[in-house]
Ligand binder design. Structure first.
Ligand SMILES: Cc1cc2nc3c(=O)[nH]c(=O)nc-3n(C[C@H](O)[C@H](O)[C@H](O)COP(=O)(O)OP(=O)(O)OC[C@H]3O[C@@H](n4cnc5c(N)ncnc54)[C@H](O)[C@@H]3O)c2cc1C
Ligand SMILES: NC(=O)c1ccc[n+]([C@@H]2O[C@H](COP(=O)([O-])OP(=O)(O)OC[C@H]3O[C@@H](n4cnc5c(N)ncnc54)[C@H](O)[C@@H]3O)[C@@H](O)[C@H]2O)c1
Length: 459
């Protein structure tokens, strides 16, 4: 088969792949972007955007239910129809990517539908219903394959009609009952949304706390809030057996049996590097992630960006890496990727926002750690806010350098408050300078000042 010569082939158009293809095409390179499903990837169709629209709706219900404690009487009757409509019409255009394809083509890039794989160094073969196409990439190949939902090998699970995030965002009705397996960001965002819309929800997490990668104090707040909203929380246990006959019947390791109309598997993500053909360029195709250097180079003439690099499965990381990779391919690269201050927000209510290291991660790195926590309800703004004010701010400092290396905010709007702390970690602002700042009164972010005041030994 005759190979077509282009400058760059991008395999996978998640947020990073779309961005890198756009940048390179705008710079005048001939770019082929290969996509097996939808241009834009997981985020706009099955992840960030639709789930945050669900969260927005669920939060509106929760606020309305808080009216009796603050402002009189409110009668709330939840209706999923506007949510399903908004996801279909506004968020995803009925899971149609024509607009994204047009946007990319407008920059001069070309979208090729199909599954791409590296078939030889500098060569990509694309398989589709129409057959195979081969491209030779003069300047390089960029890998942005993202991830697929990982489904654990629980006895009986494979044969059942379980949901992943891709099914849950297409829900046209709220299930009466929902069993959520996995209490990472995916599981918890969906759990709270469906519970607030009336589902009877049980969350099962095999680690000892919700959001296992987060500070234990953050998990405690969230556990308390979810339980108060009627969500059943089971930690330190998994499922031993699942069956489905009109409804799911799940046996937990603890011996408990849970029945539910729907079962959502939210137990993390997987990659398939063998299918991507990375062995052709000397990379380990049994690995889960592709190691990259500070300019996203994975091998000679190959760059990798996004979730597959294992540097944080977030859209903002994917597009950050896309910019660095594009600059490097264009020979303009001076920036080296720096992951010390990656912010992350789990959009529960309260939001759980983090940046940098947790206290235990900082200890594992051998730092001289000082940590301090302040409670949101006892801050002036938290007290004014009253119902719905659960939360805390925790700061983690390296006492030797007197700078923050991490922080967690659990609060209403926690994802906005973390911005200030992300600047502090990113720019290594001395703790003494942070203490000299003026924090507006009475804001939630003013509680940062109280947390810093507790850091007796730093700064
Ligand atoms: C439910 C959920 C909610 C989330 N919410 C947030 C959030 O609020 N904020 C946030 O920052 N992150 C969020 N994330 C994570 C976020 O979706 C990802 O980090 C983001 O999509 C970046 O992924 P990516 O660029 O690596 O590629 P992806 O978005 O995964 O896209 C990869 C694309 O590559 C295509 N592809 C793969 N292999 C091939 C191949 N061989 N040939 C052709 N095409 C291929 C796939 O079809 C896909 O379209 C969420 C994730 C989930 C599951
Ligand atoms: N708001 C956001 O930024 C956002 C939202 C959703 C997802 N994401 C990203 O997407 C990625 C995937 O999220 P996720 O929540 O699916 O994955 P995750 O890996 O963060 O969480 C999965 C959870 O499932 C648990 N688990 C695994 N197997 C289990 C089993 N058999 N039984 C019980 N529990 C089990 C794990 O201990 C873990 O807590 C994450 O890396 C996350 O960063 C981000």
């Amino acid at each position: 088969m005759v190979a077509e010569e282009v400058d760059v082939v991008v395999i996978g158009t998640g947020p990073g792949g779309e961005d890198v293809a756009t940048r390179l095409a705008r710079a005048g390179l001939s770019v082929v972007a290969v996509e097996a499903r939808l241009v834009g990837g997981e985020c706009p169709y099955f992840a960030c955007i639709p789930t945050k629209m669900m969260v927005r709706a669920a939060d509106a219900l929760a606020e309305a239910r808080r009216v009796p404690e603050l402002a009189g009487v409110a009668t709330v009757r939840a209706d999923w129809a506007p949510v399903a409509e908004r996801l279909r019409d506004e968020a995803t255009t009925d899971w149609n990517d024509e607009a994204a394809v047009r946007r990319l083509e407008h920059t001069g890039g070309r979208v090729v539908r199909g599954v791409g794989r590296i078939s030889a160094p500098g060569e990509v073969t694309v398989s589709s219903d129409g057959g195979e196409q081969v491209f030779r990439a003069r300047r390089g190949i960029v890998l942005n394959p993202g991830t697929e939902p990982a489904v654990p090998p629980v006895d009986g699970l494979a044969g059942t009609p379980y949901w992943t995030n891709r099914d849950a965002v297409r829900a046209t009705a709220v299930p009466k009952s929902l069993l959520v397996l996995g209490a990472g960001p995916v599981g918890l965002e969906f759990a709270q949304v469906f519970a607030r819309f009336g589902a009877s929800v049980t969350v099962v997490e095999m680690q000892s706390q919700l959001l296992p990668a987060s500070e234990p104090e953050a998990a405690e707040v969230l556990t308390r809030v979810l339980r108060a909203e009627g969500v059943q929380v089971r930690v330190g246990t998994g499922l031993t057996r699942v069956s489905h006959d009109h409804e799911f019947r799940a046996e937990l390791g603890s011996g408990e049996v849970v029945t539910a109309e729907r079962l959502l598997v939210a137990t993390g993500r997987r990659t398939d590097l063998a299918a991507l053909g990375v062995a052709a360029v000397g990379l380990d195709d049994r690995a889960r992630t592709i190691p990259v250097d500070g300019q996203m180079r994975a091998a000679d003439g190959v760059w990798a960006i996004g979730d597959v690099t294992g540097q944080g499965a977030f859209t903002h990381v994917s597009v950050y890496q896309a910019r660095i990779a594009a600059d490097d391919i264009l020979g303009q690269g001076t920036e080296i990727a720096d992951y010390r201050a990656v912010p992350a927000v789990t959009f529960t209510d309260p939001e759980v926002a983090t940046v940098g290291l947790t206290e235990s991660a900082a200890e594992e790195q051998g730092l001289s750690v000082r940590a301090a926590t302040t409670a949101i309800p006892s801050s002036p703004r938290g007290w004014i806010h009253k119902v719905g004010n659960d939360g805390l701010i925790k700061v983690v400092a390296d006492a030797d350098r007197s700078v923050l290396v991490g922080a967690t905010v659990v609060a209403p709007g926690g994802g906005e408050i973390i911005g200030a702390l992300a600047v502090a970690v990113h720019a290594e602002v001395p703790v003494s300078r942070l203490r000299q700042m003026i924090y507006a009164y009475p804001t939630f972010h003013r509680a940062i000042e109280s947390a810093l005041a507790e850091l007796d030994d730093a700064g």
